[in-house]
Design a protein around this ligand. Structure first.
Ligand SMILES: *Cc1c(COP(=O)(O)O)cnc(C)c1O
Length: 388
């Protein structure tokens, strides 16, 4: 996808032709991890969330950077994502948040992934897989549903699960961690529900301790929670978006985070068009003046959302230029009338800084009426990632 074989050249010789690229700043990723570490204090660990290809930043490379900066481990959503990390040479603990899909238990054991579990079925599947493989006991983290109503064992159903661990006595599975997830961590209006969830979690920890189990890692906090709830940091935190330099909302962000992804392109062509010309599908944008219009090879198939049409801007020569008309699958049009020197090949910044101007992920998210997460995860695999 990122490169094409050059004609009349040896097969292994390739040239990069895609002008639309994402630059991943690993110094920024490292800085963000250190910022979180400083914020939570040295007695707590970090489970760096690298699901969804590290929110679009490249899972293996990001995992390496986070591990090198002292993250205890990495979290992914899928077993497949965990296998990708192992094949990429990551040896740190890899927690699989998405549970144990039947059929995945042997791979989990073989790759020594750390699954999140919440049912007796999970325990039976994994325990059988460990015995089949003759493997050493596998670490698991138990998830409790304290009010998110998504994944986890309900507090009232905890007893049989604890009884299972007690009987197994570490022969096949080791209860290394206990966790929950807050539904309203970034919702400053709803701290009652956060308090309720944290109380339920504390109650469950009491029940677990009373049953004689001693999980070493209790963890609750995503990026927003680790900022907002110092009492929810426990032994480990689970930041995702903060490590990439963003936040779920502008008001729950740690200071001094650096946006790690820059998305840029180059002008494909510059057209001179008369006042009255209609731009792009539907002809809904009509030029009010004679204009110079730069064609930029980026569209919604690259993850530049069509819903930003009419609002989006890009940076050229440090100036904000308006995207004209509807964003198409592969291309959009940019008003460069006020920048008469702009030619094909000119650098364009879609997200990032140029000169004194900056387009952050929160700005793009607002234009598109989506979350910053969706912008970052949405930058598609058609956009080559380059490491900076
Ligand atoms: C994605 C995820 C996180 C990270 O959330 P951020 O808001 O990106 O910090 C933490 N915990 C769980 C269970 C998750 O699914």
């Amino acid at each position: 996808m990122t490169s094409v074989p050059a004609q009349d050249a040896p097969a292994e010789y390739t040239v990069e032709v895609r002008p639309t690229t994402a630059r991943i700043d690993h110094a920024a990723l490292a800085n963000n991890l250190r910022r979180v570490a400083t914020h939570i204090g040295s007695d707590r660990r970090i489970l760096a969330v690298v699901k969804a290809d590290a929110y679009g930043h490249g899972a293996i490379d990001a995992a390496r950077t986070f591990a090198a900066q002292g993250a205890w481990g990495l979290a992914v959503s899928l077993v497949e994502e965990g296998v990708e990390l192992r094949e990429g040479g990551i040896h740190a603990p890899v927690v699989v948040l998405g549970g144990v899909v039947p059929g995945s238990q042997d791979v989990i054991v073989h790759r020594q992934l750390t699954p999140v579990v919440w049912s007796l079925e999970h325990l039976h599947l994994l325990s059988a897989a460990v015995r089949r493989a003759g493997a050493r006991p596998l670490s698991v983290h138990l998830k409790i549903d304290t009010g998110m109503s998504r994944l986890g064992v309900l507090p009232r159903n905890l007893a049989p699960v604890l009884e299972w661990f007690r009987r197994d006595a570490g022969a096949s599975l080791v209860l290394e961690g206990v966790m929950t997830h807050l539904a309203c961590a970034d919702d400053c209006e709803d701290d009652l529900s956060n308090a309720r969830q944290l109380t339920r979690f504390a109650d469950c920890l009491g029940t677990i301790a009373a049953s004689g189990l001693r999980p070493a890692l209790r963890h609750v906090s995503n990026s927003a929670a680790l900022v907002r709830f110092p009492n929810a940091r426990y032994d480990m935190v689970r930041p995702g978006i903060a490590l990439y330099g963003a936040a779920s909302g502008r008001d729950v962000q740690l200071p001094d985070l650096q946006l790690a992804m820059e998305v840029g392109s180059r002008v494909l062509a510059v057209r001179t068009l008369p006042a009255g010309a209609r731009i792009s599908y539907g002809g809904r944008h009509r030029l009010e003046r004679d204009a110079r219009v730069a064609v930029v090879p980026v569209g919604y198939a690259d993850g530049y959302p069509r819903s930003m049409s009419g609002q989006a801007q890009m940076l050229v020569r440090g100036h904000r230029c308006a995207v004209l008309g509807v964003i198409t699958m592969d291309v959009c049009m940019l008003d460069v009338t006020d920048l008469p020197d702009v030619r094909a090949g000119e650098r364009v910044i879609l997200m990032g800084q140029q000169g004194a101007q900056r387009l952050g992920v929160h700005t793009l998210a607002e234009w598109a009426s989506v979350l910053p997460y969706e912008i970052l995860c949405g930058i598609s695999k058609r956009v080559p990632r380059h490491r900076a």
